[in-house]
Write a protein that binds this ligand. Structure first.
Ligand SMILES: Cc1cc2nc3c(=O)[nH]c(=O)nc-3n(C[C@H](O)[C@H](O)[C@H](O)COP(=O)(O)O)c2cc1C
Length: 182
């Protein structure tokens, strides 16, 4: 099983990058690819640009990572109640490579923020939208108070969050077992 993970943020110190990659590492018996949106710079999406220049190589390369994956783990940073500009831009470009870019993939959708809501507004935007792009959402979680509930040394500290994460990982592993045996 191939697992792709990324934080939907361009911050070099992104808590969402940290969370997405941490959760991906919990999926055993799988090959991981942690990617950084900053490695795929793209012009701001514009239909005129596309008509003149076509789809940039970085959008195609990013899509190739998605094509490689069986499971995609994304953690969303929330900016003013929605996607970060960097994520929305790459999402728009990749949708021009393939509209149903998540077809035949299981997604774990996460969000985190320093505050109590843990980015749940952007998370719900993705949960509503991604099935239109072929996603099967295997689990989702808004992770509140990241700095309090996560430590670099111990991982997830809060027991309730830990058990929600365990059940998401368990469901992915069980489905994997079934698909391998079937
Ligand atoms: C422009 C801007 C808008 C933000 N808007 C929100 C918001 O709507 N909700 C929220 O919970 N946090 C908001 N924040 C705080 C982010 O949650 C915080 O910066 C978080 O660390 C972003 O995740 P990242 O570290 O993965 O980039 C905002 C931050 C910035 C810079």
């Amino acid at each position: 099983m191939n697992v792709l993970s990324f934080g939907a943020s361009s911050s070099s110190t992104s808590i969402n990058k940290k969370l997405a990659n941490y959760i991906a590492e919990l999926i055993t018996d799988s090959e991981k690819r942690h990617v950084d949106l900053n490695d795929y710079p793209l012009p701001l999406y514009c239909i005129d640009y596309e008509a003149k220049n076509g789809i940039p190589d970085n959008a195609k390369s990013f899509y190739e990572n998605m094509e490689w994956a069986d499971v995609i783990v994304i953690s969303f940073a929330e900016h003013n109640g929605t996607y970060t500009a960097v994520f929305k831009n790459i999402f728009d470009w990749v949708s021009r490579v393939k509209l149903k870019m998540f077809e035949n993939k299981k997604l774990i959708l996460l969000s985190t923020a320093p505050g109590a809501r843990g980015g749940q507004t952007v998370l719900h935007a993705a949960i509503d939208r991604f099935p239109h792009h072929g996603a099967e959402i295997a689990g989702s979680l808004a992770f509140p108070f990241f700095t309090k509930n996560f430590s670099d040394e111990f991982g997830i500290i809060d027991e309730e969050i830990k058990s929600k994460v365990d059940s998401i990982i368990q469901s992915i592993s069980t489905q994997n077992l079934h698909s391998n045996s079937g």
